[in-house]
Design a protein around this ligand. Structure first.
Ligand code: HEM
Length: 498
């Protein structure tokens, strides 16, 4: 009975909304026919970025869909992306508010999900200067190198036994250990309240939380449906587990007598700033801001970097001639007898960098970036996009656009050998980190982790598939909602070449 009442309520609101839009005469982008109430939700099947890529082949690079009641514009060409992220960056750099992102960001007291405004600007500035600066990046170099040494040690043991390694798990542990040490001061191998498995579980929960499909996001009055179907309760449950972890991190830092290291971690830096701030009327950092930023780093930093290294290894296994070429370069440049690798070694490698570029092109881990929301009406490619419209940039579709790339689905690092196209936000055909005011602030840290991680794997080991399997058995399926990872683990046997 209550469901029928909900549906009647939704139908009524649909009629009112439809009437409102019928009267306007603006040139809206084309898109598939929508249905009452659900809009275009019936057009969405499978992974969103791939489904939207297919739809854009019919409706064009600027198309409009309705997720329930919410109008969303999908951009799938480099030209249109440049208009949104550069020409109209200031008008488009807010984020839509959803029930799940409100929860996970401690009521938008973070950087990733907070709408544009004074508070977001202050927090982002603080993060860029204090947490993600080049100086800070360099001060954590020893952590990245030590954790890589540890991975090499574990892989060497596996290579002696000739046993296959689950690279997905190994790389997740590598990146999670680095992030936990430099951001939260937690050594995953020794921490009293979190271990490697607990960390993996928590990361997968955060991803689920972010992706939670809630009726409340797309339908006025949808919160009633969420209550009835139990969505609200499950969201609360997921969040409370994450919140417990963040509280433990904070409590650990606030403990009496805690000694801060020479390179204080991200939480130390924020607590110090909170304690020192004056009583004037400007922005005030609170513990909720600190938890919001911990949550961002956790969500945005771990899976993205680990998955990128995993895709690089997957593509190299599928393309043995590229694997041979890059390993030849790495071993020739570094010499055959190195005991360990440092970040300085990265400077001399050219083909290796092309392999990383090609991995970012074929496998952007946030294929639709994070959704933006317009703060005023704009025009993109001649189409009107009203205020408060969500915009998704399909960087996956752009990076595989046959008008821009020859044989776009092929893994071919050579395509970049005579090209100045880079992935740091200035070339709109390649945007794995986004662009404009909302560009990923952890980009240099992410790149540093990906480069050093991959270099260690390629320098110290040759890699073979487990007995009885061939390249054809490598599963390329993706999974996820906002951050997309490789679904199946990649099992490989490391061989010490010396
Ligand atoms: C390979 C690694 C990484 C990739 C591919 C990546 C990608 C992205 C992308 C695509 C966005 C959205 C940009 C937009 O909306 O235009 C983003 C935002 C963000 N990333 Fe990253 N990221 C990576 C690593 C990291 C790391 C290591 C951190 C932090 C330690 C981080 C923190 C953030 C934050 C806080 C935002 C939100 C920025 C805002 O809304 O102002 N990311 N990232």
């Amino acid at each position: 009975m209550s469901i029928i009442l909900c549906l009647l309520l939704l139908l009524l609101v649909t009629i009112v909304f439809t009437k409102k839009f019928q009267t306007s005469k603006i040139n809206l982008p084309p898109g598939p026919q929508k249905l009452p109430i659900i809009g275009n939700l019936h057009n969405l099947d499978g992974l969103l970025h791939i489904c939207l890529q297919k739809l854009s082949k019919t409706y064009g690079p600027v198309m409009k869909l309705h997720f329930g009641f919410v109008p969303i514009v999908i951009v799938s060409s480099n030209k249109a992306a440049e208009e949104v992220l550069k020409t109209h960056d200031l008008d488009c750099c807010s984020r839509p508010e959803t029930i799940a992102t409100k929860k996970i960001s401690y009521n938008f007291k973070d950087i990733g999900f907070a709408p544009y405004g004074e508070e977001w600007r202050a927090l982002r500035k603080l993060a860029v200067i204090e947490l993600f600066s080049l100086k800070k990046l360099n001060s954590f170099r020893y952590i990245r190198e030590e954790e890589n040494d540890l991975l090499v040690k574990k892989l060497s043991e596996a290579s002696q036994k000739q046993s296959p390694v689950n690279l997905k798990k190994a790389l997740f542990t590598l990146v999670a250990s680095i992030i936990c040490r430099l951001a939260f001061g937690q050594n995953l191998h020794e921490s009293k309240f979190i271990d490697e498995d607990g960390m993996e579980e928590l990361a997968s929960r955060s991803e689920k939380l972010q992706a939670k499909f809630a009726f409340s996001n797309f339908f006025p009055g949808g919160w009633i449906v969420d209550r009835i179907t139990g969505q609200s309760k499950s969201l609360e449950g997921l969040f409370s587990e994450l919140d417990d972890f963040f509280n433990q991190v904070l409590d650990d830092h606030l403990k009496q007598g805690r000694s801060v290291l020479e390179s204080p971690d991200v939480v130390d830096v924020m607590i110090d700033m909170m304690n020192k701030q004056g009583g004037d009327g400007s922005f005030k950092l609170t513990t909720d801001h600190i938890k919001g930023i911990i949550s961002d780093i956790f969500l945005a930093g771990v899976n993205t970097s680990a998955t990128t290294i995993l895709w690089a290894m997957t593509e190299l296994m599928r393309n043995p001639s590229v694997m041979k070429k890059v390993q030849d370069e790495v071993r020739t440049v570094l010499g055959e007898s190195r005991e360990r690798i440092t970040e300085e070694d990265l400077n001399q490698l050219n083909y290796f960098k092309l392999v990383i570029k090609e991995t970012f092109r074929l496998h952007p881990t946030a294929p639709l970036l994070l959704p933006r929301e317009t703060m005023s009406p704009i025009k993109v490619q001649g189409y009107d996009i009203p205020k408060k419209t969500q915009i998704m940039i399909n960087v996956y579709a752009i990076a595989r656009d046959p008008k821009l790339w020859e044989n776009p689905d092929e893994f071919n690092p050579e395509r970049f050998s005579d090209s100045s196209v880079d992935y740091r936000g200035l070339n709109f055909e390649l945007l794995p980190f986004g662009s404009g005011r909302r560009i990923c602030p952890g980009m240099t840290m992410g790149i540093a982790m990906v480069e050093l991680g991959l270099l260690n794997l390629l320098y110290f080991f040759d890699w073979v598939l487990p007995e009885g399997t061939t390249v054809k058995d490598i599963d390329m399926e993706e999974e996820g909602a906002v951050i997309i990872s490789k679904k199946a683990p990649l099992e490989l046997v490391p061989i010490c070449p010396r």
